[in-house]
Design a protein around this ligand. Sequence first.
Ligand SMILES: NC(=O)c1ccc[n+]([C@@H]2O[C@H](COP(=O)([O-])OP(=O)(O)OC[C@H]3O[C@@H](n4cnc5c(N)ncnc54)[C@H](O)[C@@H]3O)[C@@H](O)[C@H]2O)c1
Length: 503
Amino acid sequence: LVGIKKIGVAGAGAMGRGIAQLFAQSGHEVSIYDAVPAATTAAVEFIALMFERGVEKGRLTRAQADEYIASVNACTDLTQLANCDLVVEAIVEDVDIKRQLFAQLEDIVGPDCILASNTSSLTIAEIAAGCRQAERVAGLHFFNPVPLMKLVEVISAVRTNETTVVSLVDLVNGTGHHAVVAADQPGFLVNHAGRGLYTEGLRILEEQVASVEDVDTVMREAVGFRMGPFELLDLTGLDVSARVMESIYNQFQQEPRFRPSSLVGPRVAAGLFGRKTGAGWYRYLNGERQLASKPPIPSLPPGLRLWVDPEADQCSELRQLGVSAGLSEVAQPSEADLVLIQPWGDDASYFCAKRALPAEKTVAIDPLPGLDKHRTAMLTVATTPSARDAAHALMSCDGIGVTIINDSPGFITQRVLATIVNIAAELAQRGIAAVTDIENAVHLGLGYPGGPLGIGDAIGPARVELILQRMQALLGDPRYRPSRWISRRVGLALPLVHIEAPR
Ligand SMILES: NC(=O)c1ccc[n+]([C@@H]2O[C@H](COP(=O)([O-])OP(=O)(O)OC[C@H]3O[C@@H](n4cnc5c(N)ncnc54)[C@H](O)[C@@H]3O)[C@@H](O)[C@H]2O)c1
């Protein structure tokens, strides 16, 4: 194992300065270098300012801040990184320039020094290709802002040796951040696992199932995500995200699961990047998102007759809701003014056709995540405005929020969550990362309410497989084919987090 004390940081931009700050505050001696000397100076001043703020806010003592500030050295020449045990590269995202820097570094540092790249979109192998000692080259992928984003990916490339990986994992965990190990595959772990939310959100929009705001609201309020896909795209910038979507899709040889949306190109061309340009999926005024005012909730028409599908998951709760709202129940759907169903994976129109239900009076209520959270009511293509308004009024009558959407296999929640679970299952199947690392990385790094396979286990593995199979059948798109990781476990009634014994 390499005991890492002295750390060099090449590139003093947004990432380099954060990386230098993190290592300084965890007791390392840090040397920072940038090709532009003014950038190095600005970074050192910025880091000192961060430590001064720490003192002001009572997070650091004066002595600690002085010690940390003194441990950061500004370098004017790359050769000043000669004594480092590790050099982290955080320069411009250009493979030729990175390769050139790594070749220069190999001539400067000692034979045991680890060389790591913070690249997001290049493979570590292509950066290491020009190195004499590629076994000491790895990825060390931080997220922005580095001191706050606790997850760090350690990327083990095809020629990286175990000592390098273990040393980096130890180093990261010693800073108080959390290391996960991922293979040198497109998007590594976090950016790969994060694909599902964007691709499925965009697909839902393409199919005119729901508005941007409705998709975001459902993912936040019903599922517990911090942000919906469109809010996230506006935060990251669609120009940046569009490149990532294209590159991951192409690096995975046009795998349909990652197919980007045709909605993105025209918006990038029009400069609708998001918050930074004042307009993206939403409009922003002085940094404030502008939301359209909501139409009032309709009131329940008197004498409404309700029929709830006895096979619905929450049949008794839905009937109870009807009783509390003063609705009368009928024995046959044909006698009702409002028919409620709860399909898994099917769209409402198909479900009505299959079960010979009156589609014009039918509204589907998403059984996920349960009626105590924000609810989604989905219309068939024949649902009348009066049945829609009656369902809206009934589902809102106890004060819980309701989103009305058009017909889609799997509503919003089932579609997006099943896609996320499926992508995580493939990550595990391909051995890109260990199950515990996948779970931790997605929870910590992406801020999802849980690990993706755990989310799948909470829904039920068989149900996740069924949602995917039905989406595949109804939409005819191979992107929804269930991973064998899921199907094998469903067949043997095992949880999705189940790991097979080593060979
Ligand atoms: N910004 C992010 O959110 C983020 C997140 C994870 C990873 N990354 C990756 O981190 C790296 C840096 O990104 P950033 O956002 O900090 O960029 P940045 O543009 O803020 O900073 C890059 C710095 O590198 C310097 N530089 C360019 N060529 C150099 C060279 N040959 N030698 C030394 N310095 C050189 C530039 O002068 C600049 O100061 C990229 O590989 C990027 O993909 C960025």
